[in-house]
Design a protein around this ligand. Structure first.
Ligand SMILES: C[S@@+](CC[C@H](N)C(=O)[O-])C[C@H]1O[C@@H](n2cnc3c(N)ncnc32)[C@H](O)[C@@H]1O
Length: 263
């Protein structure tokens, strides 16, 4: 049996927009694709909506990103043959304490969320979408019995969209949490991606809270993304967890105390 757990619930469909124009897309069911009003076409490939825009080599940076992403995907595929239960268990244990301290709240967008392993630490039924440019990320799940034993929910459908952090295909202020774990160092443009994360973060609307990065009064739609460390303890723990990963946990400019961004 081939497992392909990508799906899109109706609430997730409703907040999807064109990743560039941020306007609505038109579903073209007969041709298995989505269309933008200005003529761009987005295919659905093996059940996955492909909204990627980083698909050319116009600049050296783009070439470098594409090459890095291809190498990452190749490395990921090379792990399929290994399928070591102990590695997966240690992956879970290494971050358990972080999510116990800082539970993921509300509607969550997991940017660079891979197969959605974060579900390990979500509540039952918590609204969640993983988005990632790795379109084949669910390939050969059925060949990894130990992976499925460690993360049984991987066999269950998950909201998944193939896209880039720099061009998020979601309406503004649509999520309570934007989670980015071990992703920043993979991006073509961390600055664009953080601005996009800020854009899609929402919440109660209005109130800025003291300890977090804030929007300036009278400048509520500023594209500026103020990112501030949530606390030394969190950051230090994150660094320990992820070894060379540079960042652990940030809080982004927010509308409500529950709008958080984890990096
Ligand atoms: C080291 S993995 C981390 C996966 C997951 N967040 C986790 O912690 O298990 C990095 C992920 O970033 C994704 N990625 C790379 N470039 C990206 C981009 N421009 N936008 C979004 N995700 C990206 C990769 O495909 C990969 O799934």
């Amino acid at each position: 049996m081939v497992l392909n757990p990508a799906r899109l619930d109706s609430w997730a469909r409703e907040i999807i927009v064109d990743p560039l124009a941020k306007g609505p897309l038109i579903e073209d069911r007969s041709n298995n694709r989505y269309l933008s009003p200005y003529g761009r076409q987005y295919p659905i490939t093996n059940g996955v909506l492909d909204l990627r825009l980083l698909n050319n080599h116009t600049t050296p940076d783009q070439t470098r990103w594409s090459r890095g992403q291809s190498e990452y995907e190749e490395w990921s595929r090379s792990l399929i043959a290994g399928d070591h239960l102990k590695n997966y268990q240690s992956e879970i244990e290494q971050v358990r304490e972080v999510y116990a301290d800082m539970p993921v709240v509300g509607k969550c967008l997991d940017v660079g969320g891979h197969q959605g392993r974060l579900r390990q630490f979500l509540s039952a039924g918590q609204p969640y979408i993983s988005c990632d440019p790795f379109i084949d990320v669910f390939a050969d799940l059925e060949k990894q019995p130990n992976l499925l034993e460690a993360f049984p929910f991987l066999a269950e459908p998950v909201n998944f969209v193939c896209c880039d952090a720099e061009f998020l295909p979601f309406q503004s202020v649509a999520f309570d949490t934007v989670h980015m774990r071990s992703v920043i160092d993979h991006l073509l443009s961390p600055e664009l991606a953080l601005n996009e994360a800020y854009r899609v973060l929402g919440g109660g609307g209005g109130a800025n809270r003291g300890s977090m990065g804030q929007r300036e009064a009278g400048n509520a739609r500023s594209p500026r993304c103020e990112v501030s460390r949530q606390g030394d303890a969190g950051a230090g723990r994150g660094q320990a967890i992820r070894g060379s990963s540079c960042v652990a946990s940030y809080v982004c400019g927010t509308h409500s105390p529950h709008s958080r961004m984890r990096v």
